[in-house]
Design a protein around this ligand. Structure first.
Ligand SMILES: Cc1cc2nc3c(=O)[nH]c(=O)nc-3n(C[C@H](O)[C@H](O)[C@H](O)COP(=O)(O)OP(=O)(O)OC[C@H]3O[C@@H](n4cnc5c(N)ncnc54)[C@H](O)[C@@H]3O)c2cc1C
Length: 446
């Protein structure tokens, strides 16, 4: 029996993680995979949403109708021999970990937060610290059901309806509603990660350490966006592998810290971010440090504080993530970006840099490609932060790279279309009833 006889429209309150832009839409919570198509089609365009953990407007639709897929939260089948899990698309990665870790399984790919849904992970074809070994999330999706607004429902896999599979993985929710999905988990025998942190100074040293450590399953680096002179582009290269020594596989504890209110906007400024970066860099005294650490702080350091985005104040934050192709001189692109940031007087609180591998992404519009990826965030300080992000976008374009839609609120139509020349082919798969604020902007119809 359905929980609700008919999904109800609710008052407009849905924010993306960056809290910018602020757009109002009608909300329709879905509880069952058969709740869509709606029996009374709305007069406005539609967009499915997951947990709203995208930073910009890929999960927003002003004056539209958001289908809240989070209520599709059931596990349907699990095979402990193969690790194949079938679940509805609103199940979060946190719920999968709670279920799978005690049974000796882990996610094949995970982003920096576990509070995203399976539907959102597929629709942005997300990547993790193991991209150089495992590719994207979509590489581990065996099949899913796609529901179109005309009532058509079909199963998609790399071999069945493969064009719809490729359009929907990384398709930003525009091809229809993903109702359920089947993914392959990977076995583990311990919760813990064998961690090694190595300090570096400069992009060249980061690249050299990355190249020497491609055997490690997980690699990523934190970088100081404020330091200049001899400390320019200093950071800590972090690598990890699942501990091969069997240990009790317990469930994670619930986070107990939450940021209860928005901090004032001046709280995060060049000075406070600079201080934080210096403390963070110096928390490790020696050049190298090894430890056995729980997977939670290794993969999800920010998840222990719920609503940490309130730290940026009511105006929110702008994220920027790009990848520059792996060429002789691509380090210059990253150096130019870091110089542009220091010259702007703004600072990124969390700067993350990683080498992507060459595993092909299954999605037509997937973001990752071989090269260096750089992710930054800036408190919104009106034109100052917009100008800086636009400048970083220009540098990305000059170096043959591209930006990540899941972390974007500013990409121009020209840039999107040059970053993703397949967009016109993709547009043929967009459901006629679907739209998003991002799609309106990057196809220049808004
Ligand atoms: C702290 C933090 C760290 C992050 N780290 C990473 C990282 O390391 N790597 C990375 O790749 N990303 C990262 N992200 C971004 C995040 O993983 C993605 O934006 C993810 O897609 C969000 O999932 P969601 O469930 O919140 O979906 P939403 O943000 O709600 O939606 C994302 C997209 O999925 C579509 N969608 C959602 N559900 C469905 C459905 N059932 N059917 C069809 N379409 C659907 C929406 O239309 C939208 O286009 C991070 C985000 C945060 C906040």
């Amino acid at each position: 029996m359905p929980r609700n006889s008919q999904p109800k429209f609710q008052s407009p309150k849905f924010e993306s993680w960056g809290r910018y832009p602020k757009l109002e839409a009608d909300l329709v919570p879905l509880s069952w995979t058969t709740d869509f198509p709606l029996t009374q089609p709305p007069a406005t365009k539609i967009l499915p949403v997951g947990a709203g953990r995208s930073y910009g407007d890929v999960c927003l639709l002003g004056h539209g109708t958001l289908l809240q897929a989070r209520g599709l939260d059931r596990f349907q089948h699990f095979d402990p021999q193969t690790g194949i899990l079938r679940c509805e698309a609103g199940v979060t990665l946190a719920e999968i970990l709670d279920f799978a870790v005690p049974r000796g399984f882990f996610l094949p790919v995970t982003p920096g937060t576990k509070y995203v849904t399976v539907g959102g992970a597929i629709a942005n074809d997300i990547h993790g610290k193991n991209h150089h070994i495992a590719g994207t999330f979509g590489c581990h999706v065996l099949r899913f059901e796609l529901v179109r607004s005309d009532g058509a429902r079909f199963e998609c896999s790399p071999s069945e309806n493969s064009d719809w599979f490729s359009a929907t993985v990384g398709g930003m929710g525009l091809t229809g509603l993903i109702a359920w999905a089947e993914i392959r988990l990977r076995p583990i025998v311990s919760r813990r990660i064998q961690y090694k942190g190595t300090k570096f100074v400069g992009i060249d040293e980061f690249v050299a350490i990355s190249k020497a450590n491609t055997h490690s399953e997980y690699t990523v680096a934190w970088m100081d966006s404020v330091a200049t002179g001899n400390n320019f582009a200093r950071g800590i290269f972090m690598q990890g592998d699942h501990n091969p020594q069997p240990e009790p596989l317990t469930r994670s504890k619930e986070p107990w810290l939450t940021l209860p209110l928005d901090l004032p906007e001046f709280a995060l400024n060049h000075l406070s971010i600079g201080l934080f970066n210096t403390l963070y860099y110096n928390k490790q005294f020696s050049k190298e440090k090894t430890a056995l650490v729980d997977y939670e702080p290794f993969f999800y350091p920010l998840d222990s504080i719920l609503h940490w985005n309130r730290m940026y104040g009511k105006s929110g934050l702008l994220q920027f993530q790009c990848v520059l192709p792996w060429e002789e001189n691509q380090q210059f692109g990253i150096i130019n970006m870091m110089k542009a940031i220091t010259a702007s007087g703004l600072a990124s609180f969390l700067t993350v840099i990683k080498v992507f591998g060459d595993a092909p992404s299954p999605g037509m519009l997937s973001f990752p490609m071989p090269g260096i990826t750089l992710a930054l965030d800036f408190p919104i300080r009106a034109e100052l932060s917009f100008d800086l992000v636009d400048r970083l976008a220009r540098i990305t374009q000059e170096h043959g790279g591209r930006m990540y839609p899941a972390k974007d609120a500013r990409m121009t139509a020209d840039r999107f279309q040059s970053f993703y020349p397949q967009w016109q082919e993709f547009a043929r798969y967009v459901d006629p009833a679907f739209d998003s604020a991002f799609w309106q902007r990057v196809t220049a119809r808004g």
